[in-house]
Ligand binder design. Structure first.
Ligand code: SF4
Ligand code: SF4
Length: 83
């Protein structure tokens, strides 16, 4: 479930929101530098993250996310937040 993100517009930032009962993960698409960064993908042990055609982070399957917060902590552009 929850594999299709709900796309919102929050001001100028395009926000990708993925959620289940345990975790909500938000990616600020405009903040993600894209194009070969992939730090968040590399630090995500359960492989919950991937990048789209522009190299921007996306969630593959929110249900595999262990809420370890590594992606949020390691993203140099503060593009990911968990709650
Ligand atoms: S670590 Fe941050 S900037 Fe890098 S791909 Fe992931 S979300 Fe984008
Ligand atoms: S919180 Fe941890 S498990 Fe969830 S997407 Fe981020 S790195 Fe992966």
């Amino acid at each position: 479930m929850s594999e299709s993100p709900a796309h919102h517009r929050a001001g100028a930032d395009s926000l990708r929101v993925y959620a289940n009962d345990a975790v909500t993960l938000e990616i600020k698409e405009d903040w993600c530098k894209g194009d070969g960064c992939e730090i968040c993908v590399e630090v995500c042990a359960p492989k919950s993250l991937a990048v789209d055609a522009r190299g921007k982070a996306v969630v593959v399957d929110i249900d595999t996310c262990s809420k370890c917060l590594r992606c949020e902590i390691m993203c140099p552009d503060f593009a990911i937040s968990l709650r």
